[in-house]
Design a protein around this ligand. Structure first.
Ligand SMILES: NC(=O)c1ccc[n+]([C@@H]2O[C@H](COP(=O)([O-])OP(=O)(O)OC[C@H]3O[C@@H](n4cnc5c(N)ncnc54)[C@H](O)[C@@H]3O)[C@@H](O)[C@H]2O)c1
Length: 435
């Protein structure tokens, strides 16, 4: 499972050899830790067209910028795009390793043609810059609606937590309604939490203060119990495809609220649909059981349990629903007609539910993460050469870690992320698949 090539290029002889052979040079990514929670270096904020301030060029020159945030919301016609060049051209080569470029724009819309063209142009710009900027740096476009509250999004994108997110376009709107109360501990449910990405998601949500109900199949009981115990959460051994899964989740969560001094309200604040399986075969060799199993775990159960929990009133106001898609659901993937269909279905589900007026009024948000190649047991089972290709065919030249998806989920699940809904955020190092 370990990425031996990344380790090799992390040594001086390995770097020398692979450079001579013209092989990719993935940079070690700076990830979040409690000891080093921020990027190293200052953040520069500019309005498009504004030149970067002069900095002394001497042995005592200051640390390179860790990030540049460029406000391009005012660009209303294609000629105005030159301002983006003016501001960023002198800066990107000197940005710190694992540095960030975040461009702020607006929704292209369909009214003013010149504005629409210019604002859409920013997407091409950002996605291209991400492909070549190198050294573990990332580039994103954040589209702000009028009255948007982008703080949680900028906090995430300008931190080491977004290490494996690049080339993304994220829309942020105003956060509706009142902010959630801060005096009660939040309750989260994570499906497929016994290992891999789900375990990392549960850990990130627990770190951020939630009581986490960790759900997985009964056969994963020991691992599940260990994860829940480590995080001070609750284990729920349950097959998510069971007809009564929704009822049993609702009952387990209600039971938590009745616990003495639990500080929990008895409803769910965060619902993370993470459990997923693959049963790959080319379509001509795929029997119906493989098709059904994947569609049922990855999509059918998500719709059924969400429907039940909403109907039962088990999701609190300002609740957060995050479902797990995949870049296969965006780009398709050989041998994965069943899997890609299920993951594309997740995207359809998320967009439709996010548009539900009643949920919006209650401040509920619904989003998807779409992981690319993440180092887990699921991808360890992929044949060697396909695995190596999956690791390298992205702008960061390496696979992601479960924690990269987990941090993205934690950002979307945050009480401060009320303005983000209906988004599909890829955690794929800007994979060439579906880019
Ligand atoms: N690893 C990747 O590269 C990658 C890429 C894209 C998407 N994803 C998605 O991320 C999610 C997690 O993937 P992972 O790599 O951690 O997988 P994994 O196989 O390591 O873990 C999946 C977990 O889900 C649980 N699960 C499976 N069926 C279940 C069911 N019926 N009821 C309850 N739990 C069930 C498993 O027991 C396991 O603990 C999945 O939805 C997967 O499709 C993963």
């Amino acid at each position: 499972m370990a990425d031996r090539y990344l380790r090799l290029t992390g040594t001086a002889p390995g770097r020398f050899l692979t450079r001579r052979l013209g092989l990719p040079q993935p940079a070690p990514l700076r990830r979040w830790s409690a000891e080093r929670p921020s990027l190293d270096g200052p953040v520069l904020r500019l309005t498009a067209g504004e030149p970067a301030p002069d900095r002394p060029d001497s042995p005592h020159s200051p640390a390179p910028y860790a990030a540049v945030v460029l406000d391009a919301t005012g660009i209303a016609e294609p000629a105005g795009l030159r301002a983006v060049h003016t501001s960023l051209h002198p800066l990107t080569a000197g940005l710190a390793p694992s540095g960030r470029v975040v461009v702020l724009g607006t929704r292209p819309g369909d009214g003013d043609l010149h504005r629409a063209a210019a604002q859409q142009a920013l997407e091409g710009f950002v996605r291209s810059l991400g492909k070549k900027i190198g050294r573990g740096r990332t580039v994103q476009l954040v589209r702000l609606a009028p009255g948007a509250a982008p703080d949680s999004t900028l906090d995430f994108l300008l931190s080491p937590k977004s290490a494996y997110v690049s080339g993304q376009v994220i829309e942020v709107g105003p956060a509706p309604g009142q902010p959630p109360p801060g005096d009660r501990r939040r309750t989260a449910l994570v499906t497929g939490a016994a290992r891999g990405i789900g375990e990392a998601v549960a850990a990130a949500l627990a770190r951020d203060g939630a009581h986490v109900v960790c759900l997985d199949v009964p056969s994963a009981g020991d691992a599940l119990g260990a994860v829940a115990a480590r995080l001070g959460g609750t284990a729920l051994a349950l097959d998510i495809t069971a007809a009564d899964a929704g009822e049993r989740i609702a009952a387990a969560v209600a039971g938590l609220g009745r616990g003495h001094d639990s500080g929990l309200g008895g409803g769910l604040d965060v619902l993370v649909h993470n459990a997923g399986i693959t049963r790959d075969r080319r379509l001509s060799r795929m029997d119906g059981d493989r098709w059904d199993a994947v569609l049922e775990v990855n999509l059918g159960s998500v719709l059924r349990t969400t429907g039940h929990l909403l109907a039962a009133g088990a999701l609190n106001d300002h609740g957060r629903i995050v479902a797990t898609a995949s870049i296969a659901g965006i780009a398709g993937n050989a041998g994965q007609t069943n899997y890609a269909a299920s993951k594309a279905g997740i995207i359809g589900f998320v967009r439709a539910l996010a548009a539900d007026e009643a949920l919006r009024e209650r401040g509920v948000t619904v989003n998807a993460v779409a992981p690319g190649f993440i180092e887990t047991d699921m991808t360890a089972a992929v044949p060697l050469f396909i695995r190596e290709a999956g690791r390298r065919l992205n702008s960061l030249g390496q696979g992601g870690l479960p924690v990269d998806v987990a941090e993205t989920v934690a950002w979307l699940a945050s009480p401060a992320s009320g303005g983000i809904s209906g988004q599909v955020v890829r955690v794929c190092g800007q994979s060439l698949l579906g880019a």
